[in-house]
Design a binder for this molecule. Structure first.
Ligand code: F6R
Ligand code: MG
Ligand code: MG
Length: 371
């Protein structure tokens, strides 16, 4: 049987320049050196280091499967080395996403976010990696649904016999820590009822039903780590990542990108407490600015070749996405005009920052009954 390849994307915010804006080049260099060493030690096969705004992104290929302690340890140690540099440079929020001092075998629950897929590589294996900044894991629900469930986005669902069989969605309830599997198209309305509540129900993986890839092999995987729940208090955004496999009975790369052609609204943005549009960006505009946003998404495309990464292609660096960016800027303007009012500001229980307990205390005893 063919040797399997695992693609792991593990990310963390371990410090950035000029506030929560952008990863410093020295952190990228440090991470590269660390992963180069991991290649020479035979831990990983190949890697690509980049950033999405203030999040350092480690894209790694290896033969060790998902949730492998050695891989997660490599990522953790890399983030630690970068934290040292971040502290030396007095970068903002140095070490922010490393929530514990001691590593315990898996980065899940310790701060960093991860998305991993183990696969038998197809003869040609195109993948897209999406990395968002200033938003939360559920931000992927809408575009992932559109890629794998919406024929108005992915024409192949109607006209490619392999895609016509539909896809199976694994949805996690990130509050009660349960999961459910729902088949599309027949359970589409049930699926949408859950994933529309994107702060709670998050698409974790998607599987093909056609048999074009093994039925237990994910064709898409998202990070679902929610920092505020892990830490019990606000410690930064849950800026998520996703891996999506393309072509030959899966959505074409163009259908995968089609899902980003208009700027849908997500929660996050300034202080993790506001709704705003996602702006898709190429590497040149890959940092947040206005009101610490608007939330961004960077997309990189690769071919896998026996566990090496061939690429990347800067997926959104294209004039075809200019209208989406312009619309996102206009929507950002519109949303901002609401200032502290919902639905721009998030409902109270979803805000990452709140002064409410202090205000309640300050005004205690001043509330009068109106019954
Ligand atoms: C953090 C973020 C920012 C911060 C904001 C305030 O990922 O997106 O919007 O929440 O800049 O940051 P502090 O509280 O660190 O000054
Ligand atoms: Mg930050
Ligand atoms: Mg971030």
């Amino acid at each position: 049987m063919a040797e399997k390849t695992t693609l792991s994307v593990i990310k963390a915010d371990v410090g950035s320049v000029a506030g929560h804006q952008v990863v410093h080049p020295r952190l990228i260099e440090t991470a590269r050196a660390s992963l180069k060493e991991a290649v020479s030690l035979g831990v990983i096969e190949d890697f690509y280091v980049t950033h999405a705004g203030d999040d350092l992104q480690l894209i790694m290929t290896h033969r060790r499967g998902v949730d492998n302690p050695k891989i997660h340890e490599t990522a953790w140690l890399t983030f630690q080395k970068c934290t040292e540099v971040a502290k030396e440079l007095h970068l903002y929020a140095a070490g922010q996403d490393l929530l514990v001092d001691a590593f315990a075998g898996n980065v899940r629950g310790l701060g960093p976010g991860s998305a991993e897929v183990e696969m038998v590589e197809r003869p040609a294996e195109p993948v897209a990696i999406f990395m968002m900044d200033k938003t939360e894991p559920g931000a992927f629900n809408l575009p992932i649904f559109r890629m794998f469930g919406d024929p108005f986005c992915s024409a192949g669902l109607v006209i490619d016999i392999a895609m016509h069989a539909g896809f199976r969605f694994e949805v996690w309830d990130i509050e009660s820590h349960q999961r459910i599997f729902l088949n599309c198209p027949e359970e589409m309305y049930d699926l949408l009822m859950f994933i529309g509540s994107k702060g709670r129900y998050v698409i974790k993986r998607v599987y093909a039903r056609s048999g074009k890839v093994p039925k237990d092999e994910a064709v898409a995987c998202m990070s679902t780590d929610k920092l505020s729940q892990i830490a019990g208090k606000y410690v930064g955004k849950d800026d998520p990542v996703a891996i999506v496999r393309a072509q030959s009975g899966l959505p074409a790369m163009g259908e995968i990108l089609e899902a980003w052609a208009w700027p849908f609204l997500v929660s996050g943005w300034n202080r993790g407490s506001h709704n705003g549009p996602v702006m898709v960006v190429g590497q040149s505009a890959n940092r947040t600015s206005r009101f610490d946003g608007p939330p961004r998404c960077l997309g990189l495309g690769f071919q896998l070749a026996d566990a090496t990464l061939v690429g990347p292609v800067d997926l959104f660096e294209d004039p075809a996405f200019e209208p989406a960016r312009r619309e996102a800027a206009e929507l950002a303007d519109y949303m901002r005009r609401h200032g502290p009012f919902e639905p721009h500001r998030l409902p109270m229980d979803e805000m990452e920052y709140t002064t409410m307990p202090e205000l309640m205390e300050k005004h205690k005893g001043k509330w009068e009954s109106v019954r």
